[in-house]
Design a protein around this ligand. Structure first.
Ligand SMILES: [Mg+2]
Length: 329
């Protein structure tokens, strides 16, 4: 009868519509990027809407034609209930689809498109291609925080230390005591991560930084401390060279170094009034020249900024410690 044909038709459509959620789940597992997932959601959601419209037209609109025949009223009632159930289910699925579209974290965040862009930006920073930037790009603040705090920074730092150790194994300090190493301080020996995290990696703020540094509470960076001690054991003279202002931050810096285990170094060299306002690169070049003039041979140079490692008398080898938090010219 017409009634059973319509019922069968609705059953078939209902079964095919139930395939959509499973297709959606299957597609979700294939999703790699944010854009792709968004496109998939729109395609699937559109299918839902179309399928729902077909069901409404076939059940609700065709039912009045059957009205008046015994049993048709009951059929119409069941068809409408079925259509209503399908509409509600589809609306819920639709809502679910959009909710998962709006959640950027439903797939591991490391694979999102934005992260890929921020990884490229960080590589540009480390390779000294990106220069003169004042703040971490806004879309990369979360990425930089995750990089610094969830293990990758530590792993990269360990890799740098492996390279330094391989080099140190090949060289020996001469008996004259003139073989020297230069260590930068901020984010080489002592970490400012807590400060920059609190500032959300914003622009350099001299007053706020001075306040932070004067507390003398910067944590030491353990792998660098290990290298620092190993070099002294091997007979190298270690010089600490920092762009920090000597007059205002001299004593708290030396106390901070001492409390974090950085002791026994040859000299702490900080920015004196005559070098105020000069670029880090020029100031540090001038300081290294003084050492070379005194007869020291700079065998290695460790810093988190390229300005620590470029200019005059940089040393036989330079090693760059990762730092995507700020740029010092
Ligand atoms: Mg530094």
């Amino acid at each position: 009868s017409a009634a059973s044909i319509i019922d069968a038709s609705i059953q078939v459509r209902l079964r095919s519509s139930l395939l959509l959620p499973s297709l959606f789940v299957w597609k979700r597992n294939m999703i790699v990027t944010w854009k792709e997932s968004l496109t998939t959601c729109y395609v699937v959601c559109f299918s839902y809407v179309r399928r729902t419209y077909q069901l409404i037209t076939s059940s609700v609109l065709s039912s009045p034609r059957l009205f008046g025949n015994p049993g048709r009223a009951a059929l119409m009632g069941s068809s409408q209930a079925l259509a209503l159930w399908v509409v509600i289910t589809h609306l819920l699925s639709l809502g679910g689809g959009f909710v998962s579209c709006a959640k950027p974290s439903f797939w591991p965040s490391s694979a999102t498109h934005d992260d890929a862009g921020c990884l490229s930006w960080r590589v540009m920073v480390e390779a000294n291609n990106a220069r003169g930037w004042r703040t971490v790009p806004a879309p990369c603040v979360g990425y930089v925080k995750a990089y610094m705090t969830r293990g990758q920074y530590g792993r990269d730092l360990d890799s740098v230390m492996e390279q330094v150790s391989a080099y140190v194994d090949q060289i020996a300090a001469a008996a004259d005591g003139l073989d020297a190493w230069i260590f930068d301080i901020d984010d080489t020996c002592l970490s400012n991560l807590l400060y920059y995290q609190a500032k959300r990696f914003g622009a350099y703020d001299p007053m706020a930084f001075k306040k932070w540094a004067s507390q003398g509470a910067c944590p030491g960076i353990p792998p660098v401390l290990g290298l620092f001690a190993a070099l002294q054991d091997k007979g190298f003279k270690v010089f600490l060279l920092s762009g920090r202002d000597e007059e205002t931050l001299g004593s708290c810096t030396s106390q901070n170094l001492e409390s974090e285990g950085f002791s026994g170094y040859e000299r702490l060299m900080m920015r004196t009034p005559e070098y105020r306002g000069q670029s880090s690169s020029l100031f540090k070049s001038a300081m290294r020249k003084q050492l070379v003039d005194e007869g020291y041979r700079i065998r290695g140079n460790l810093g988190d900024q390229w300005s620590d490692l470029q200019g005059e008398n940089v040393g036989d080898r330079v090693f760059k410690i990762p730092n995507p938090m700020y740029f010092v010219p």
